[in-house]
Design a protein around this ligand. Structure first.
Ligand code: CTP
Length: 389
């Protein structure tokens, strides 16, 4: 893999030289980016000599004239490792600052991040550092907890850089994950559908599309080709996915059935079960008195896709108001899918609009697995890993 190693200004910066060498030994290509603080402890020349590659530091450096290095390097990296990460760098990464080369590259990149903090234990315990770590978790960052031990200034506590072997192992695990879905096509339905009543009004639902977007990112991180058939959703879909925008359930079904043979199909969309039987031309006026809206059932998109692509592993989502496994199992049988991911919509910390989710995955073959509460992105990676053990 192409590993971008970001080094920030901790006393542990000298250990980044060993890390660079071990990563190269493991077969990875390594480029190094130093913060100004790191350059106080170690020199660019050290890493240039070690890696045989240019080293970046200042926000406006351009080793190749006319090419913006931060974009170039962000695209180049398969993974970004920040080790050691000081409190300052950790917080800047978590909050999305971009005022030096390292933070700018991280912000511009969609590569997975591995962060190995090293700092004074009191700084590690600070609220804002914990907040930044939570924010980083939402973008699939692996945070390697600092080791407990004696740190400078005579203190003892968690603050020492994780062992080099552990950091290298984290990179290796991402390499395995990255290849897990290589050559596979993942088809995802996402977001709400909207069903027109007249030219102005429609029936829809509260789906934000966050779970669909997270699944798309997860599948891309795992090396898959990704197609998302998406209703008008607020969550932003990754640029690397092929997105087919639709409005109605019928459009969603037609677009998904027209996709090239998928290996995995995931129904994350909140498809309207009913649509108005007729769509009124123009605008229904208020002077018509009582009106009744006649609804007709929409096709079950995910069940139809399971039938259209019998070779694919098709996963339906089941939004259940409570931990009801029997209803979800019946739903799975009715839809003829490979598995169903149950999420409990009675909980406010997970589900619609939330950043976290907790899935219970039931397989038609009888097995089941639970993700526990994680970010939607981590849930997506977890779900895809369950399908390809
Ligand atoms: N789904 C679909 N097409 C529909 C309705 C639902 O593809 N017309 C898919 C959703 O994308 C999701 C799964 O079916 O993957 C479950 O949706 P859910 O609303 O929980 O179940 P329903 O089949 O609508 O059953 P019910 O409303 O009775 O719970």
């Amino acid at each position: 893999m192409k590993v971008l190693l970001g080094v920030s200004g901790s006393i542990a910066a000298y250990r980044a030289a060993d890390l660079a060498r071990e990563l190269m030994r493991a077969g990875h290509e390594v480029r190094v980016c130093l913060t100004d603080g790191a350059a106080q402890f170690v020199t660019p020349l050290l890493f240039e000599t070690l890696t045989g590659q240019p080293v970046l530091s200042g926000a406006f450096e351009e080793p190749i004239a006319g090419r913006m290095a931060h974009i170039d390097w962000a695209r180049w990296a398969d993974v970004i490792v920040v080790a050691p990460a000081t409190a300052n760098t950790l917080v800047r990464l978590g909050l999305g600052f971009a005022e030096d080369m390292l933070t700018t590259v991280v912000l511009a990149s969609s590569a997975p991040l591995v962060v190995a903090p090293a700092m004074n234990p009191s700084m590690y315990a600070a609220d804002v550092v914990a907040f930044a770590r939570e924010r980083l978790a939402a973008r699939a960052t692996i945070v390697l907890e600092p080791q407990e031990g004696d740190v400078v200034a005579g203190e003892h506590g968690p603050g020492k850089l994780a062992p080099i072997a552990e950091i290298v192992a984290a990179v290796q695990s991402l390499d395995v994950r990255r290849n897990r879905l290589a050559g596979k096509h993942v088809l995802i339905t996402s977001g709400p559908t909207v069903e027109s009543i007249d030219d102005v009004r429609f029936l829809s639902n509260r789906s934000s599309g966050k779970m669909g977007a997270a699944l798309a990112r997860a599948a891309l991180l795992m090396g898959a080709r990704v197609t998302v058939v998406a209703g008008p959703q607020s969550a932003v879909l990754p640029l690397a996915a092929t997105v087919i925008p639709v409005h109605t359930a019928l459009e969603m079904l037609a677009a998904a059935q027209g996709a090239t043979q998928p290996d995995v199909i995931i129904g994350a969309a909140a498809v309207a079960d009913y649509r108005p039987l007729t769509r009124q031309e123009g605008k229904i006026r208020r002077d018509v008195g009582n009106i009744s809206l006649q609804l007709t059932p929409n096709p079950d998109v995910i069940a139809s896709l399971a039938a259209t692509f019998p070779g694919a592993q098709t996963v339906a989502f089941a939004a259940e108001p409570g931990p009801d496994v029997a209803t979800a199992r019946a739903k799975m049988a009715r839809k003829g899918v490979f598995a169903v991911a149950v999420n409990d919509i009675s909980r406010s910390d997970i589900g619609f609009g939330a950043d976290d989710n907790a899935l219970q995955l039931l397989f038609a073959s009888g097995g089941q697995a639970e993700s526990g509460v994680r970010t939607k992105l981590a849930c997506g990676i977890w779900l895809l890993e369950q399908l390809t053990p």
